[in-house]
Design a protein around this ligand. Structure first.
Ligand SMILES: O=C(O)CCC(=O)C(=O)O
Ligand SMILES: [Fe+2]
Length: 233
């Protein structure tokens, strides 16, 4: 792998995608494990106000916090972490591993930045891993605004409206998307049950609560207190 080129591409675009990076066998095993978890516990974890305002309908699960992990085939994968080394040159640490489940017929996720872009040096790195194919049939495409990690704050507007220049991706099983937390992104409406996973990393020294406040086009939302902390109009 040309790590220098990978890093350059990431920092130019705000994201970089590796198709079918992980094996089908590993992805099938993990997808089943994730579905089994949600089969046992399919409760909405967010408040109704959050769901209706933000147009996000996702049930998160933190397997390394809530149970004994079990996804080291990704978390400890040498090349996966070497790419991370190349992108976050000054050193990094794991933030958390989050599984996300969206029911068939749910809205997906509105445009957002995972954390406020006030300080360009304070951000999270998403390492999104798709354990099943995203297709026309499943919906739930990820939409990314290239180079938006350099664009400051997400413009005010309708939560799901298209933005000129956006790119729509249908990651297949085993694909990894490295995505800067300040880069605008969203998830299109979900037609069949959708699973995605995020092995979030941060540059060394980044506060642990970096993703507590999420920026949407109509508000800033604080997860720890379930509050809209700013209406954006
Ligand atoms: O599920 C996805 O494809 C994207 C999720 C997302 O926005 C995130 O993990 O920050
Ligand atoms: Fe996100």
């Amino acid at each position: 792998m040309d790590y220098k080129k990978i890093s350059q591409t990431f920092w130019d675009q705000g994201y970089i995608i590796f198709e079918k990076f992980f094996s089908d066998e590993l992805m099938d095993e993990y997808n089943n494990k994730i579905l089994k978890h949600y089969g046992l516990n399919q409760n909405w974890e967010h408040t109704n106000e959050f769901i209706s305002k933000s147009a996000v309908e996702v049930i998160p699960w933190f397997p390394y916090r809530e149970s004994d992990g079990g996804f080291d085939g990704i978390d400890r994968h040498p090349e996966f972490n070497e790419i991370t080394d190349a992108i976050l040159k000054e050193g990094w640490e794991n933030l958390y591993c989050m599984m996300m489940f969206s029911k068939a017929g749910s809205k997906g996720q509105a445009w957002h930045q995972d954390c406020p872009p006030d300080d360009p040096k304070k951000y999270n790195l998403n390492r999104l891993v798709y354990t099943h194919d995203i297709t026309d049939e499943t919906g739930g495409e990820i939409v990314i605004m290239p180079e938006a990690h350099k664009a400051g704050i997400l413009p005010v507007g309708n939560p799901h409206d298209e933005i000129e220049g956006q790119l729509v991706f249908q990651p297949k099983k085993g694909t990894v998307v490295f995505l800067h937390g300040h880069c605008f992104h969203r998830v299109k409406p979900v037609k069949s049950d959708r699973v995605s996973s995020n092995f979030r990393a941060v540059p060394k020294g980044t506060p642990e609560d970096i993703t507590d406040i999420c920026v949407y086009r109509n508000m800033k939302y604080k997860f720890s207190t379930s509050e809209v902390i700013e209406e954006r109009v």
